[in-house]
Design a protein around this ligand. Structure first.
Ligand SMILES: [Zn+2]
Length: 285
């Protein structure tokens, strides 16, 4: 009887441990498809069915667990935050975002789309000139798990070349559209010295939310080491007004709480460029 009771207790403890281990997995709610659907997204990648989506979320969670050094959603738990902006450059929104960041002396990380960088190189040059970091967000925003391996490589390398021509370096940081990537793509990225950067705070700004809604989405889930996802570009008809209006208040409120804003590369102590091996801040005087 006592033996049976002991077995029960041991079993109970090990179950608790499993539950606990799952709850502290770095990214128990991994990103997928919160990103803005883009006009350039191929038709077959729109509207992932819930079951397929669940599968992708679980496989992403496995990737986070298996490749913690290659795919990241946050930094160390210290009072630092990295603001990230996707889908730039965009002639409607990007300059406004840059103006706010400039006014508040905040440096951020922009994940740019190759096709758009080609159209608006001046905006990418401005990001770089003003001390922001540039990451690769594919050439025309496909969902990586839905394209061939060759197309995936092409999306990265073509965009890298365009960015290099504008800012003079090849980004080490890649953000896959919708946060979605397969294991073979991730292995390739790892072998070639890239880092895959997702997020752990989603503003959901691409939905055209109000300033208050964007603020709430960010401030209710932000914490030490957070990587926040916002957008500085969008598809036809998209409205980032709420996101841009929320930005000064988000910055102020987080500063009041003692947070500082850093580039993703600095947060992770890596170089933002593939050509250099040290953190950009270490390079600066
Ligand atoms: Zn995107």
């Amino acid at each position: 009887m006592l033996k049976r009771l002991l077995i029960c207790i041991v079993l109970l403890f090990s179950m608790c441990e499993v539950t606990f281990a799952l709850s502290i997995l770095p990214n128990s709610s991994p990103p997928l498809s919160p990103e803005q659907p883009d006009t350039s997204v191929p038709a077959n990648s729109a509207g992932v069915k819930p079951s397929a989506r669940d599968k992708q979320i679980s496989s992403l969670a496995q990737l986070y667990h298996k490749y913690p050094e290659t795919i990241k959603t946050r930094g160390e738990r210290i009072k630092q935050i990295a603001l990230t902006f996707d889908d730039a450059p965009d002639s409607r929104f990007t300059a406004q975002v840059l103006d706010v960041l400039d006014k508040h002396h905040v440096k951020a990380t922009f994940f740019v789309i190759g096709e758009r960088a080609k159209k608006h190189p001046e905006l990418v040059a401005r990001m770089n000139r003003e001390g922001h970091s540039i990451g690769n967000h594919s050439y025309n925003h496909p969902q990586f798990s839905k394209i061939s391996f060759d197309s995936f490589q092409d999306q990265i390398l073509k965009t890298e070349q365009i960015i290099h021509q504008i800012v003079g370096y090849s980004p080490r940081l890649i953000r896959p559209p919708y946060g979605d990537i397969t294991e073979s793509q991730l292995k390739w990225a790892k072998a070639h010295g890239y880092k895959i950067i997702n997020w752990n705070v989603d503003s959901l700004d691409w939905k055209g939310l109000s300033k208050e809604e964007v603020k709430k989405n960010i401030l209710s889930s932000v914490g030490p080491g957070s990587i926040i996802l916002q957008h500085a570009g969008g598809g036809e008809g998209s409205d980032l007004k709420g996101s841009i209006e929320a930005l000064p208040e988000v910055i102020q409120e987080l500063r009041d709480k003692g947070y500082t804003f850093v580039l993703v590369a600095d947060m992770l102590h890596i170089s933002m460029s593939k050509e250099k091996t040290t953190s950009p801040s270490l390079k600066r005087e």
